[in-house]
Design a protein around this ligand. Sequence first.
Ligand SMILES: *[C@@H]1O[C@H](CO)[C@@H](O)[C@H](O)[C@H]1NC(C)=O
Ligand SMILES: *[C@@H]1O[C@H](CO)[C@@H](O)[C@H](O)[C@H]1NC(C)=O
Ligand SMILES: *[C@@H]1O[C@H](CO)[C@@H](O)[C@H](O)[C@H]1NC(C)=O
Length: 461
Amino acid sequence: MKTANVLKRMFSFFIFLLFSFVTKNMAYPLSTNSRWIINQRGERTKLACANWPAHLQTAVPEGLSKQPVDAVAEKIVAMGFNCVRLTWPLDLATNLTLGTIVTVRDSFQSLGLNNDISGFETNNPSMIDLPLIQAYKSVVTTLGKYNVMVILDNHLTKPGWCCGNDDGNGFFGDTFFDPATWISGLTYMATVFINEGNVVGMSLRNELRGPKQNVDDWFKYMQQGAEAVHEANPYILVILSGFSYDTDLSFVQSRPVNLSFSGKLVFELHRYAFTNTEIWSSKNPNDACGEVLKMIDDGGGFILRDFPVFLSEFGIDSRGGNVNDNRYIGCILGWAAENDVDWSIWALTGSYYLREGEQGMIEYYGVLGSDGISVRNNSFLQRLSLIQSTLRGPDPQPELDNLIFHPLTGLCMLQSSLDPTKTSRSAWRTPDQTHRLSSVRRVARPLVCRNGKPSQPLICS
Ligand SMILES: *[C@@H]1O[C@H](CO)[C@@H](O)[C@H](O)[C@H]1NC(C)=O
Ligand SMILES: *[C@@H]1O[C@H](CO)[C@@H](O)[C@H](O)[C@H]1NC(C)=O
Ligand SMILES: *[C@@H]1O[C@H](CO)[C@@H](O)[C@H](O)[C@H]1NC(C)=O
């Protein structure tokens, strides 16, 4: 790649550069220190996760008819993730027949997924006759063996694809969303996983939505849910999502979440290109990015002043053919890197056993391919590698350098901030190579290139 081309669309900023590769940092349980998630030693533990769906009709973690769970866990680590956001349907915890009697085999059989049964027999013979909750648990335990952290995400109530405004799963009081049942399910899961140290947090409910959304009920039930989880399992982070498919937490700016405990509260936000189709398709990418980042900040980015914000869903069609996705991804990666947020990509898996009536539907947003183990797009994975490393943390860092990040390729360049003309290590490199070049810890400050307006992010041209 020619430097001139590279410079054309560059998202650059100063950051604290504290490349510490997270696997060495495990010391559970986790807690929070202002906007950082920290381990037992007080060091930052950055969540660099992939969403692993297990909430669809089968209620079985996807991909396991194609690959042994150990191989998948190993691959997760090899791809640079340290964490999985593992989804679950509420029914798994509240319908004891579904959770504790129905087995993986039964579940596939009832849906006519016979190929998956034989695939499962080959790849995960020890799981196929486990009840669904035990199968789910064995995935969690295997991830723990590889030091992969797990966030349990209550994705919806009824097993199936998520989400619609009127699917009865969207907000407290909807047909399938009874607050008391939800709280009992949260308590159950928090209790079941109390001895699994790698379960570090729970997303209490994914993507609230629909006509019933209101602030008073949000506070009432989210606080109750958080208290219930904490009472059952005081070791895990409690993660709260917002309105409108988890894009809007603006209401916590004027009203704090009131909990009896502290040091465990995290907020989550989602953002896809299709959240803002109109903007991405109609404006130039710089203006669109500025507008969308303002929405993200107003919708919850501001929370970073006080609490961690977990960008718990984002992603693109990694075949690269969707223009809006391609515009959006550089912007969101820039935001994630600049703010060094915790995050989770949608999705880990490359296909679904059964989604919306289609057997074996391919997930083009998956980092894994349809075989469940190969990387779908290595150049896309490379673009994630900078945000997979820990860039900043709670401790002040003494030494100054700028890191310039180029989201189109995922490459980085270090530049002396004392003398910006000095880009002695001028070549664009992978974050890993940059890490080897840089001597340990370096510092920074927000933002270099802007295009005029304050806080306007930039794609340099
Ligand atoms: C519980 O799960 C079983 C097995 O899937 C199902 O047949 C039953 O209808 C469920 N019960 C309720 C109340 O949803
Ligand atoms: C916070 O909750 C406690 C216990 O429920 C209550 O006594 C207190 O008044 C609440 N504070 C605010 C500011 O709502
Ligand atoms: C990977 O992504 C790049 C960039 O978007 C794209 O050009 C390429 O075709 C993709 N490769 C595959 C195998 O999808």
